[in-house]
Design a binder for this molecule. Structure first.
Ligand SMILES: [Fe+2]
Length: 165
């Protein structure tokens, strides 16, 4: 589809992030299985549940826009997840692998933060305040998930990883 105006750009980006969220829901259980730290495991499990809610929220956005609920392959997320899973496979099981998992997940979060920030702003500028509000809620969740990962890295995982000779 040729994007010709801000509303079409909003819809195109919503389709992209909808697909990205679905990729995350597919991939995250495999990543969670490889986590050693109980703290990291529970944070990622919580975020998996949160992500399912974010998908429902995007479905509400499609409905509010009067658009079909349909994603469009997000090549960016495919690449980020592929790079992340390759790095996880290359890491020695344990604390170091947990540090790799945190980095991989934070790269995912930052892609999402960029996307949700943009679409939230488009919606606001188009006067679609209820849509903007839904997107802001998810943006806040992504930001909190990212901060939590930083805390876990700084307080436990990276501290343990540093001890590995
Ligand atoms: Fe998300």
């Amino acid at each position: 589809m040729q994007v010709e105006n801000l509303r079409e750009l909003l819809i195109a980006e919503i389709r992209d992030i909808y697909d990205a969220e679905e990729q995350i829901v597919d991939e995250l259980p495999d990543i969670i299985d490889k986590v050693q730290s109980p703290q990291l495991k529970s944070a990622l499990q919580m975020h998996l549940e949160e992500t399912r809610g974010q998908i429902l929220r995007l479905e509400q956005v499609f409905n509010k826009l009067g658009e079909e609920v349909e994603g469009e392959t997000c090549a960016g997320m495919k690449g980020i997840l592929k790079e992340g899973s390759d790095a996880i496979d290359d890491a020695e099981k344990g604390d170091v692998r947990d540090a790799v998992i945190i980095a991989a997940c934070q790269k995912v979060e930052h892609y999402e933060i960029a996307s949700y920030g943009c679409v939230r702003t488009y919606a606001k500028q188009l006067g679609l305040n209820d849509v903007a509000q839904l997107l802001q809620q998810t943006l806040d969740e992504e930001g909190n998930a990212d901060k939590k990962l930083t805390t876990i890295a700084e307080q436990t995982v990276n501290v343990q990883a540093k001890k590995v000779a």
